[in-house]
Design a protein around this ligand. Structure first.
Ligand SMILES: C[S@@+](CC[C@H](N)C(=O)[O-])C[C@H]1O[C@@H](n2cnc3c(N)ncnc32)[C@H](O)[C@@H]1O
Length: 271
């Protein structure tokens, strides 16, 4: 058996162990992504191959939790890709100029910085009618949702929360800062609700004027991407908008349903 075949079998054994023992569904994600996350943990444990890593995983509960942490990438920012948020201003102005209330869905929302960015932008831009907007943030990860509900963030060596809030003219109106600690103010929190939702298993919602589904599809196995798009598409009302991540693309079947509003910033309108 060649080295790569041995590796591949070892990899599949680790994946099976994750499916059986870890609170994570590896089948949703592509192998390249899973491989990168597992190899990163193997390096930390100094395991030389998949089978030695499996031995560590079997006997060490702490490593199982660390692997789970590494597999659920919660990386996010306030105003991630600021140029997309600039391009979103006219969309939100347009949506909230309507007589109806507008609901927006941030899925997945990780620790809440994406839906809070939308709420803050709506309050900060004088032409967006913030009181007409309510936002739902969902994620599969309960810990991320607990952090989102707390709405407290910390500037660290790798995260500059003050810098992330730069697109706002008056950030202090929406977050209270004490040193490196930032707390989202209640008036912003009231615009956002959070709930757990699995974009692959839990089916669609309805009537959203805007859905943001950014930076999840890149990790997902091709087989499940369409399920996510079906969920999202059915959740948007006709004339509503979809935003995906700047490095993501619509699958061919969805190109008939969505017209690009700003192709580079990945903003689309549903027919
Ligand atoms: C990289 S974050 C993206 C957050 C935000 N949209 C952004 O662009 O900054 C990816 C999130 O997807 C969540 N996730 C992974 N699989 C999911 C699924 N099947 N359904 C819903 N959320 C999922 C993870 O828990 C993680 O918080």
């Amino acid at each position: 058996m060649s080295r790569s075949e041995t590796d591949d079998r070892g990899f599949q054994r680790v994946i099976k162990h994750i499916a059986d023992e870890v609170d994570f569904e590896p089948g949703y994600y592509n192998d390249a992504y899973l491989g990168r996350r597992i190899t990163a943990r193997m390096r930390r444990c100094k395991a030389e191959d998949y089978d030695s890593y499996l031995t560590v995983l079997r006997r060490d509960d702490e490593e199982r939790d660390l692997l789970l942490d590494s597999l659920t990438v919660n990386v996010t920012n306030f105003f991630r890709n600021p140029e997309m948020w600039e391009a979103l201003r006219p969309v939100l102005r347009d949506l909230t100029a309507d007589r109806r209330r507008v609901t927006a869905w941030s899925a997945p929302c990780a620790d809440g910085r994406e839906p809070y960015s939308m709420a803050m932008l709506a309050k900060d831009d004088p032409e967006i009618v913030a009181r007409k907007l309510s936002i739902l943030g969902t994620d599969i990860d309960r810990e991320a949702l607990a952090a989102a509900r707390r709405g407290e963030y910390e500037t660290t060596r790798t995260t500059d929360i003050g810098g992330e809030l730069d697109p706002l003219t008056d950030a202090a109106a929406y977050v209270r800062q004490e040193g490196d600690h930032f707390r989202v103010r209640d008036a912003v929190k009231r615009m956002v609700e959070f709930e757990r939702h699995d974009l692959i298993r839990d089916g669609s919602k309805s009537g959203f004027g805007l859905v943001m589904c950014r930076n999840l599809l890149i990790y997902i196995d091709t087989e499940y991407k369409q399920a996510i798009f079906d969920t999202i598409t059915d959740s948007i009302r006709p004339g509503g908008y979809l935003v995906i991540g700047m490095t993501e693309s619509l699958p061919p079947a969805s190109r008939e349903v969505f017209t690009p509003v700003d192709k580079r910033r990945r903003i689309y309108c549903k027919e």
